[in-house]
Design a protein around this ligand. Sequence first.
Ligand code: MGD
Ligand code: MGD
Ligand code: SF4
Ligand code: MO
Length: 765
Amino acid sequence: MTTAMTTAMTTAMTTTTTREPQPAWQATACILCENNCGLLVQVDGRRLAKIRGDKAHPGSQGYTCNKALRLDHYQNGGQRLTSPLRREADGTFTPIGWDTAIAEIAARLANITAEHGGDAILFYGAGGQGNHLGGAYQGALRKALGARYHSNPLSQEKTGEAWVDAHLSGGHTVGDWEHAQVAVFLGKNPWQSHGVPRARTVLQQLAKDPDRTMIVIDPVRTETADLADLHLQVRPGTDAWCLAAILGVLVQEDLLATRWLAEHTTGLEEVAAHLRSIDVGGYAAACGVPEALIRQAAQVIASAESVSTYEDLGVQQSVNSTLVSYLNKLTWLLVGSFGKPGAMQRHSWMAPLASWSTTVRRTPVTGAAMFGGLVPANVIAEEILTDHPRRFRALWVDSSNPAHSLADSASFTRAMAALDLVVVLDVAMTETARHADYVLPTASQFEKWEATFFTTEFPHNVFQLRAPLLDPLPGTLAEPEIYSRMVAALGARPERVTKTLTYAARRGRTAYRLAAMAALASPSVRAVAPTVLYETLGPTLPDGAAAAAVLWALTQRVAMTHKAAMRRAGYGSADELFEAILSSRSGVVFTDETSADSWAAVPHPEHRIPLVIPELLEALDALADGPVRHTSEEFPVVLMAGQRRSFSANTIFRDSTWAARDPEGSLRVSPDDLAAFGLTDGGLARVTTARGTAQARVSVDPRLQPGHAALPNGFGLDVPGADGMPTRTGVAPNDLTDAGHRDAFAGTPWHKHVPARLEPADQGF
Ligand SMILES: Nc1nc2c(c(=O)[nH]1)N[C@H]1C(S)=C(S)[C@@H](COP(=O)(O)OP(=O)(O)OC[C@H]3O[C@@H](n4cnc5c(=O)[nH]c(N)nc54)[C@H](O)[C@@H]3O)O[C@H]1N2
Ligand SMILES: Nc1nc2c(c(=O)[nH]1)N[C@H]1C(S)=C(S)[C@@H](COP(=O)(O)OP(=O)(O)OC[C@H]3O[C@@H](n4cnc5c(=O)[nH]c(N)nc54)[C@H](O)[C@@H]3O)O[C@H]1N2
Ligand code: SF4
Ligand SMILES: [Mo]
């Protein structure tokens, strides 16, 4: 052994023995999309120093995509708020104490309800992609104020689908991706946006398996389309014709699951009558897909043992979106692909994310239908910018950035200015917070107990309660505490019951359950139940997990509504499930479901699915002479304002350096359009729509068809630079969109279909 080697070994040994103990790997989850992949994180000081997938997470099983590894840019990259702020008459913000903030806001809200009623207060948001636990407490504040109007980003995407589902199977449906023989992605690019758990692995498995088929309906040759067996490359906005043609083939070529339909559905004859006359060739031409390919897709779907479909923003934020949801669901219903392995399924919830009802309330001013129980995001500004006596007077925003994410940011900002009171709960000074009267700084999602209610997996539905990785930043509070203080300040805390339940909680869960059931018989207690649980059961929960108190009630609900599935998952009672959630850091399978559960959930007589939705059959007929194009000579290009990419994540990252590639979020154009509009790859373009104009970096993308261009979502944030002045990176997509461009039924936006003009931008722009 040489001296050098001995020295090296001694050094190595010394380093090993004196090395600081490695920080522990702590379990949490990614907060960037609905899959919430389980993560293990090593914290160094206040930094999320090392991040990897958590193999013990029952849903993601160690999987992550590239984005999760950048989460320190969320925790430490943005301009965190550390004090409540009040806007003064001159527009500047004054830091104020929490007690002052809560008292002043409560007094102003009480004045508004006294003068105009609780319906004058609109609540927007209550959780983003990673944080829904706080939202579970917001209901208590809404009820304390008698506020019945609320909304969130689902009203920009899923409400049309929710209404269709409410008619058909009665609730949210999801694909059984691991088992589906045919998987259809409609306006959905899971390679980039996920949605399907462990998406890239599942897509690759589908692509490799010769017995399974993947069909992608997308105008763009996406990464998902690269893996597909059949790519129906529709012209943007023409999916209704494409799906109607597929359905036409199913009926006209006798490809229906006739016996299954007779047994499990009603209304087949009426629906078939509308499909029998469809001019398949004509509709194929309208959507730009070869007729032979449409016929082949129909054959594949009809002969499959099981079909699962996923429709997302490519159709839900485009023309005819509610009709397209209906036609999509008819494709799997008419071939009998519901409630069997590999097919579409109903599923359990820890807490439902919306209401699935065919009885629809309307908004107070414009009378817009509130599918899913939500005020359509696209009408909010109109509901405010009017002298109508029932207009909204106050807006409460939590975990959302509507001044950036709703169509036509300029009109939304004007609407905010017209209100008597705007309160924003956020971790950072956002485009929305900037226009608030009060900004309340919250602890980040890694500084508090958190969870999401994106429990949409079948057959193994997963719920994870995340423990904090770090202490809250001084000056911040978690949302459950803010809601609890607000309810108390409004005088809505039931003092006597709170005392009784505090005492019962100390005596154990059984005593607590009995006392809580008695107390909840009173409507005024029930109204603020979440904050009562937080204040009474909360303090008895281990490790400061008071925010988990609401889960006690939710697990009781699971035990009532999904008892058998909960038992199959290994929990004999609600309390057993609650304890498992509290002690498991990587999440639990809370229900193990079967296709029989799917059928049991169908709420109609004999669990038969009624196929007829009269309004939508009328809309189907209207396609025969409906407008196929919405572009014009002035605005010849269809701009997709908000494409999901490998470095886009809504507006969760405010630090533009998080993106390892394309930090400006370029405007993608087809090679033909590059030439046609005189643009240069890497140069600047001016994008103009009827609503606004913006300048973007051009990147040529052969995946796009001519006449179709794309900007990413989440860009164009106004973040203070080194000099304190706001600097903007990339284009804010909703400077270009029009709130009036929305679905006739659901009011959902046409973000993916914005007629635009592209020109070279000179340096002086
Ligand atoms: N990387 C990343 N992932 C995300 C997010 C993110 O910001 N970044 N956000 C999350 C959120 S909030 C959501 S809701 C999901 C959304 O996930 P997706 O819906 O998958 O995302 P998009 O890229 O908006 O649109 C999907 C596809 O629609 C296609 N499309 C555009 N126009 C049309 C059309 O007329 N017809 C059809 N059939 N397709 C069309 C586009 O080419 C695109 O491939 O992603 C989630 N995941
Ligand atoms: N043009 C166009 N517009 C779109 C879309 C599009 O494709 N094109 N997509 C739409 C879709 S699908 C969606 S989902 C929306 C998303 O848009 P938004 O609803 O605005 O959601 P995010 O951008 O995710 O913003 C989340 C906010 O929560 C804050 N936050 C983070 N952590 C916490 C926390 O712990 N507590 C609190 N209180 N706040 C926190 C963040 O700072 C951020 O301000 O955008 C919609 N708007
Ligand atoms: S798929 Fe990616 S962005 Fe979505 S939760 Fe998992 S790691 Fe995060
Ligand atoms: Mo979304």
